[in-house]
Design a protein around this ligand. Structure first.
Ligand SMILES: [Fe+2]
Length: 164
């Protein structure tokens, strides 16, 4: 892990202030996204963007809730740009990574929106973790399975679903 990636993860965990579900969600999605990225043979720069996106992908939830919101997708998308920019800058990331990391944060739930490899990997990591955290019903399972494209993601999702 690059020093700034460690700093970003640390600052995100501190921001969550020990909130059990969100803290563990960050750690799990981060680990799985990094794994899928390595298995996909990502270049170092791309892997770093994916790592930062995974750490920050749900960062706006606490902010929205703290400010009286319900943390709907629209609320999160409104709050995310300033938060993501601030977290990245404080951890020492160059400004040039912001647009790509922000893209991951803003759109990782928009499964049908055309997207690139990094978004795909984050979506798969997030969905696998979400299935463990909140087992889907049969109809939802099919929707989730249809999102997956990578062999490793499909394998890990299948292992997860068969265990629920
Ligand atoms: Fe998530």
């Amino acid at each position: 892990m690059e020093a700034r990636e460690g700093q970003l993860l640390y600052s995100a965990l501190c921001y969550e202030a020990g909130h059990p579900r969100r803290t563990q969600h960050i750690l799990k999605v981060y680990a799985l996204a990094k794994l899928l990225g390595q298995q996909a043979g990502l270049e170092e720069k791309q892997e770093e963007i994916l790592g930062a996106g995974a750490i920050l992908h749900d960062i706006a939830i606490k902010y929205c809730k703290d400010h009286g919101g319900a943390a709907s997708q629209a609320e999160q998308q409104q709050a995310a740009p300033a938060l993501v920019s601030d977290f990245l800058a404080k951890a020492g990331y160059p400004a040039e990574v912001l647009p790509n990391v922000l893209e991951l944060v803003l759109h990782h739930h928009e499964y049908r929106r055309p997207h690139g490899q990094l978004m795909q990997l984050l979506m798969e990591a997030d969905l696998i973790v979400n299935c463990y955290e909140c087992p889907p019903d049969p109809a939802r399972r099919q929707e989730i399975e249809a999102v997956f494209q990578t062999d490793q993601g499909k394998t890990l999702l299948a292992l997860c679903l068969q265990s629920l």
